[in-house]
Design a protein around this ligand. Structure first.
Ligand SMILES: Cc1cc2nc3c(=O)[nH]c(=O)nc-3n(C[C@H](O)[C@H](O)[C@H](O)COP(=O)(O)OP(=O)(O)OC[C@H]3O[C@@H](n4cnc5c(N)ncnc54)[C@H](O)[C@@H]3O)c2cc1C
Length: 466
């Protein structure tokens, strides 16, 4: 068997693994990275990027479709004779975006001097990994430090295993025909993002969730405008209901209501978006301490085994690409001998539904649970000029601050384009801004950012535009 040695071996080339590898190589650490797919991991290949590309295509198509005869007439006076979409072209464009980015990551790794090994890693022990390469040969790699960045996988439901018409997000992103009836099981962010996109592309969409409300991971007020939009779009919701499995003939999905009666939904495709779980298969031999299903790490991303590190989705919630990247940098710098801790005050969670949702830091209820007295105010986009010029008058920005010194603890927003406010929200929290700081900054006009300033001013009792 061929063998190689290195100082750092990274398993997994997702946003956690590739960032860690680049940073370690920048710091002079001899680094190898093993990846079974294209570089970029779930995020670039089958997650964040293709989903946002599909959402954009669906939005564009929907805009044209809404201007055609028979649709509710456009208040902007735009008319189109007809709308059509060639989904094969759309998918090819989406894959082109993915290809540009994965190619870019491969180039960055090469430029940084990281040795990339294509293949699937099998861990022998904390310092030895065998890689089954495409050529059929096995390469043994010995390392001083092992960094685990294997990510996560979609959770299957026992009554609806992934096969045939039952899809995970991966297959739902790659459909080459618009399904007539798409049932989405799961009203979390992945289910709603993809459900809305396929609805805009022409599918009849039904959402089933055992929870009583959509986006159960977010503050209830944030979900309300999303719920209203789902209904407006004609997406049928069965909340408080469980998916029981396909009918015997496979044509529909059996659903049990909260009153225990069963009904059948027509379904050409069923997207199961019931959450993701850390990909821990193959780690058993290391016998690492676990935190539920996730690998337990300390603030430097060390596991319970010396010189074995873990980052990203493998280490549990929040399973987000930007968290994985930030952990990757911290782990690489610690491995290179620097003193670093992964201790962000807040990590933004963004939901690319229509309208978008963003939450950073604490809600008022979470602060109360932590025994912190707060004041909070929200500013509606109905009073924001930029929002109205984009037909985005629905939604709001809300700020949460500590009562006694006005330190900003959290932001929540829902509305068109609010994902781009995530940076401002995070800066304010990480830089220790107070309401007076945010309220006193000159914000460009007309922008959604003015609603951020006005929320802070309103919390101080002196909003100007409300
Ligand atoms: C549809 C969808 C939409 C999403 N949208 C967003 C979003 O908008 N924003 C956001 O922040 N997050 C989003 N996410 C989540 C995001 O993709 C993950 O949080 C992120 O990719 C985690 O990064 P990671 O590096 O931990 O793992 P991953 O990106 O999962 O990468 C792990 C890599 O390890 C490789 N690997 C695993 N085992 C082995 C092995 N034995 N040998 C070799 N290679 C191996 C895998 O092939 C994979 O490439 C989305 C996810 C999905 C599914």
């Amino acid at each position: 068997m061929a063998s190689k040695t290195t100082t750092l071996l990274v398993i997994g080339g997702g946003p956690g693994g590739y960032v860690a590898a680049i940073r370690a190589a920048q710091l002079g650490v001899a680094t190898m990275l093993v990846e079974g797919m294209a570089p970029g991991g779930t995020c670039l290949n089958i997650g964040c990027i293709p989903s946002k590309a599909l959402i954009h295509a669906a939005d564009e198509f929907d805009r044209v479709r809404r201007a055609t005869p028979g649709a509710v007439s456009s208040p902007l006076g735009i008319r189109a004779e007809a709308a059509s979409i060639d989904l094969a072209v759309t998918q090819a464009w989406k894959e082109g975006v993915v290809g540009k980015l994965t190619g870019g990551v491969a180039a960055l790794l090469r430029k940084a001097g990281v040795q990339v090994v294509a293949g699937w890693a099998r861990i022998v022990d904390g310092k030895t990994v065998d890689v089954a390469q495409e050529s059929g040969e096995t390469l043994r790699i010995q390392c001083e430090h092992l960094l685990l960045a294997t990510g996560s996988e979609p959770m299957a439901l026992p009554q609806l295993p992934f096969a045939g018409k039952v899809l995970s997000s991966t297959e739902a992103l790659a459909l080459t025909e618009v399904p007539r009836h798409l049932v989405v099981v799961g009203a979390g962010y992945i289910g709603l993002e993809l459900g809305m996109a396929w609805r805009k592309l022409g599918a009849e969409v039904t959402v089933v969730d055992v929870a009583e409300r959509v986006l159960p991971g977010y503050d209830e007020d944030l979900g309300k405008p999303v719920l209203a939009a789902l209904k407006r779009m004609g997406i049928v919701l069965h909340l408080g209901c469980t998916a029981e499995g396909l009918t015997v003939d496979g044509a529909g999905l059996r659903v049990r209501s909260r009153h225990a009666d069963e009904f059948v939904l027509p379904a050409d495709k069923v997207l199961v978006a019931a959450g993701r779980r850390p990909l821990t298969a193959g780690l058993e031999s290391l016998q690492l301490d676990m935190d539920g299903r996730a690998v337990k790490v300390d603030a430097s991303c060390r596991t319970s085994m010396r010189n074995v590190w873990a980052i990203g989705d493998l280490t549990g919630e929040p399973m987000l690409a930007h968290r994985a990247m930030a952990q990757g940098e911290v782990a690489a710098e610690c491995i290179a001998g620097h003193k670093r801790r992964f201790a962000p005050l807040a990590i933004a969670a963004v939901c690319f539904t229509d309208p978008e949702v963003v939450a950073v830091g604490l809600t008022q209820a979470q602060a109360a649970q932590a025994g912190i007295e707060t004041l909070s105010a929200q500013f509606p986009f109905a009073a924001n000029g930029r929002a109205l010029t984009m037909e985005g008058g629905e939604g709001f920005v809300r700020v949460v601050a500590r009562q006694h010194d006005h330190l900003v603890l959290g932001w929540q927003a829902v509305g068109q384009g609010v994902s781009e406010l995530a940076a401002a929200f995070s800066y304010a929290i990480e830089m220790g801004a107070r309401l007076e700081d945010v309220g006193g900054i000159v914000h460009a006009h007309p922008t959604l950012g003015e609603a951020v300033q006005e929320a802070a001013l309103r919390a101080l009792g002196r909003a100007i535009h409300l």
